[in-house]
Design a protein around this ligand. Sequence first.
Ligand SMILES: [Ca+2]
Length: 211
Amino acid sequence: MNIKTKIAAATAAIGLLSAAGAAGAAEIAVAGVTASSTFFTYNVNHLIDGSGLVGGGLHDGDFHDKWMGDIFVLPTLVFDLGATYSLTSSSIWNYNGGCCGDTRSVNGLTISFSNDNVGYVSAGNFNLSHTAADPFGSDSLGLTGNARYVKFDITSNYGDDYTGLSEVKFFGGAATGGVPEPATWAFMLVGFGGLGAVLRRRRSVAAVAAA
Ligand SMILES: [Ca+2]
């Protein structure tokens, strides 16, 4: 390999890393969700199973398609994404609609990130919109950071004794700042090692010429 080829190889290896970090935001298939409390026959999986999504970015008002908990013991939800992702946003369909207690909608929400479901770092405090329309649209919240586990701490609602949500989606790409794959490292080392060899050879040639 000449020096141009080696620079190209090293550049290509760096390019591969950048491409992995800049992967486009796509919907993440959530592996599971748990709630600190769930009222009666409501089911927390209704948040991640597509139940009630009727097309056009809208969710129906049927309570069978929602999750609900008690507001007096502020509920917590933990979403397991199944792997670590670089998150960019979350779309959240609130507990709204014409069926039943439209003031059950979540108002304040703190979102936190974790890679081990033990230590959490806050990703921000948010407020969700309140609408009694049926069907109804989602709030899109901007998120930044890597996480496998995403926690929602619900801090207030719009007035009822209960509160809930209807559906939650996360968007993102491959985790950034992670450890490169072994093959990528090997490729980079070949590229940089080759560069070093060429530079050393050039220096020794220069030293001979100067002697
Ligand atoms: Ca749902």
